[in-house]
Design a protein around this ligand. Structure first.
Ligand SMILES: *Cc1c(COP(=O)(O)O)cnc(C)c1O
Length: 455
């Protein structure tokens, strides 16, 4: 165990604080909270310049799937680097982007057969929103200009994506810049009233969607949902029934369904795509648009994409240039990022990852039992490779500082864990061995007790 204050600080910390404006950070907090300067990563561990290590239990903001400096992904990238690092994707194509599109399409049985590329998650959301509106417009339905999002939903922080985000911390300051979206009731299973099941909550939330569709359906282009787990709001989990019901409502009222699988895709929810766990009329509840990013490149390079159906694609297919989807990003379909994604998909097959994750998940869930039963813990929950619980912190000041104190205590215990408010969560890479699973569980319990005791 190490204490941050007693050990020397890397010169990179001070230089960073002078020149780098860090994301999602009140920079002044770094007067008290340590900034950690990393030197390298290996497997599930990150190492700083003093040789201290940190178990990356949140996969570096939910992107890393198979560990840092993964030999197989590294080898693929080194090979790609000597072939083609980047070329524009308008008028040109290349092997990695074709193979990736085909393989992702196959994973949806060809239902989502067309892939449109960008670099980050928020851009994928922008693309899905624009494509939905434009597809309706090309069909003559020009009134369909409104979007629906779910209470507590998060879809990124660019202006368009923020407009369909419902997390006050990120949104409130920019309210005047944003186009209003409809917000429907949350299907969060924690909202169950006395005697209600998670499915009852899902039905109740879906009926709120139907109410809105009846009222405004002719004006609504799409509803956007984080399937199964709303991550950024605090790992709010819902029953797959919600997706089944909303899919059916979208069909009935002619509204597009956008599933934002940026965080929950790529096996995070237990299946490769989260929506595979939801069925409507005997079929998987595939959306009209599916957004992927984060884990798709194994956590190596910025890559995002929107998958859509042939029916949508055909609405843009025309001799008229303005009916086309005139959207681009400089790094659209970057070959290195696509190659990292192909290596990532290879690992899913070679290592039977979805199956082995079920074994890993069962072990970690069992190891976390003392926390699940802890008197200061509520709503212990798990879905696939995501675990979360809410800390009971009756003192308002202690509650407000819980996340920061927990983070600092975790760092002392060699863990990278960054609670959202009082929600502690884990989203580890898919490579933890038994020893790492046990270490994660034991030390998280120690960090939790240290954090709640300290006030
Ligand atoms: C992270 C995230 C985004 C935004 O992705 P960025 O790459 O950070 O822009 C959008 N939606 C969800 C569900 C996310 O978790």
């Amino acid at each position: 165990m190490n204490s941050n204050s007693a050990t020397p600080q890397s010169p990179w910390v001070e230089r960073s604080l002078r020149s780098v404006w860090h994301p999602c950070t009140q920079m002044q907090h770094h007067e008290n909270v340590p900034l950690i300067a990393l030197s390298h990563g290996r497997g599930a561990w990150l190492y700083d310049h003093e040789g201290r290590r940190y178990l990356d239990a949140i996969s570096s903001w939910w992107v890393n799937l198979f560990g840092h400096a993964n030999p197989r992904i590294n080898a693929a990238l080194k090979d790609q680097l000597d072939r083609l690092e980047h070329a524009m994707l308008a008028g040109f194509t290349h092997e990695p982007v074709v193979q990736l599109s085909e393989r992702l399409s196959n994973l949806t049985d060809g239902v989502l057969g067309h892939c449109f590329y960008a670099s980050d998650g928020a851009s994928a959301v922008e693309i899905a929103l624009k494509m939905s509106f434009h597809a309706w417009r090309n069909s003559g339905l020009t009134d369909k200009q409104e979007f629906v999002c779910v209470q507590g939903g998060y879809h990124g922080e660019t202006i368009g994506a923020l407009a369909v985000t419902d997390v006050a911390l990120f949104k409130d300051a920019y309210g005047p810049l944003l186009r209003a979206a409809h917000v429907v009731a949350s299907p969060d299973a924690r909202g169950a009233q006395e005697g209600e099941t998670a499915q009852d909550v899902a039905r109740r939330a879906a009926s709120d969607v139907e109410r809105l569709f009846i009222e405004r359906g002719n004006h609504i282009a799409a509803i956007i949902i984080e399937p199964l787990v709303q991550c950024a709001t605090g790992m709010a989990m819902h029953d797959p029934l919600y997706l089944s019901l909303v899919r059916a409502l979208c069909d009935r009222y002619q509204v597009h369904l956008i599933l934002d699988e940026i965080a929950v895709g790529c096996g995070r929810s237990g299946t490769f795509f989260a929506c595979e766990q939801a069925v409507t009329n005997g079929n998987i509840a595939w959306p009209d648009f599916l957004c992927l990013s984060k884990g798709i490149s194994g956590g190596y390079l910025p890559l995002s994409l929107v998958m859509t159906k042939d029916e949508i694609y055909q609405k843009f297919y025309s001799p008229d240039v303005t009916r086309g989807f005139l959207h681009s990003h400089s790094y659209t379909g970057n070959p290195l990022a696509c190659r990292a994604a192909l290596a990532t998909l290879d690992i899913f097959i070679e290592d039977d990852v979805l199956h082995n994750n079920r074994v890993r998940a069962a072990r970690l869930t069992q190891a976390l039992a003392p926390l699940a039963q802890h008197e200061r813990v509520r709503h212990f929950r798990q879905r696939g490779m995501i675990w979360a619980f809410d800390a009971v912190e009756p003192d308002p000041a202690a509650s407000a500082s819980f996340s920061k104190r927990f983070f600092s205590n975790a760092v002392e215990h060699e863990l990278l864990l960054r609670p959202i408010g009082r929600t502690v969560y884990m989203m580890p890479p898919y490579i933890l061995g038994d020893d790492e699973i046990d270490l994660l569980a034991t030390r998280t319990l120690a960090v939790f007790e240290q954090t709640i005791k300290a006030n």
